[in-house]
Write a protein that binds this ligand. Sequence first.
Ligand code: ACO
Length: 325
Amino acid sequence: MSVLRSQVEGWGGYLPERVLSNEDLARMVDTSDSWIVERTGVRQRHIAAPGEYTSHLAIHAAEAALATAGASADEIDLIVLATSTPDNTFPATATKVQAGLGVTHGAAFDVQAVCTGFVYALAIADNFIKAGQFKCALVIGAETFSRILDWTDRSTCVLFGDGAGALLLRAANTSGGNDARGVLSTHLHSDGRQHDLLFVDGGPSSTQTVGHLRMSGRDVFRRAVGLLAEAVEEALAANGLSASDIDWLAPHQANKRILDATARKVGVPEHKVVCTVDRHANTSAASIPLALAEAAGDGRIQPGHLVVLEGMGGGFTWGSAVIRW
Ligand code: ACO
């Protein structure tokens, strides 16, 4: 029996040119390179230039994904863009990406699940493809978190950066086993009771302002490892797989300590964890596709590898995806 699956054909990432180092930050707020590295693993982050918007970053990443796939923009019939930092309140930034790529058919919309946004976007695109409604999707995570940071708050401004990453998914008939290429599963969760631990204190309906990111870092940290480890275990069980089957764990890049503790809890050795947080910081919805683009681009992730994605963010939201690359 043939089973329709979403296969990864292309990947791409984009980081704005300007690099902001920990030393630069130490000149802006009362912090130090050693504090930031020890608590987070972050050494630098990229910051979008004035006039450089989320859509611009997303278009660069999408073009790179089209190039690695050897696909043309006309083949795209679905664009799902995960972002919490859209260009405008509406319309969806995805429609600006669609226009920027010269695509004039199909559907384009945004998804907002903060740092879990890419996992949510992938799940949506995968379900549309499996249902037969779309055939070729760009799934993008793109953020300009620098625009919603309070640059006087040292407890948050050191953690985040800007960037974008994209995957190109195409429908393919497969045998359906867990060794057949494509997205094997996605699992999504949320718990709105945790809203106040990580949120932006503005919005069109509440304050009519954009607002700034606010976070109770210690509480987020405490919950993150447990939720992420459970998400990976749920994903493996659903596919009849174990931790030793994982070739690459591609986590949301929140913080090196969260990455390490989660990998340890699920039993994945450090050399199988894709880590970019040292150079990119936390780029929210962009962090997973940026990590995938880097590891696939340099040849670590190979066709047939089992790649597990996991993320957690404001809401709380959290989830996982398992891909036979
Ligand atoms: N530089 C120097 N000192 C700082 C800084 C800074 N940038 N930020 C906070 N401090 C100080 C605090 O004021 C505090 O000082 P005090 O003891 O005199 O009051 C001290 O450092 C310890 O503060 P904590 O918040 O307890 O530090 P902690 O070890 O928890 O580390 C951190 C803070 C890095 C934010 C950590 O809690 C964390 O990583 N949390 C997870 C948050 C996260 O990654 N969120 C991302 C979004 S959600 C997600 O992506 C999963």
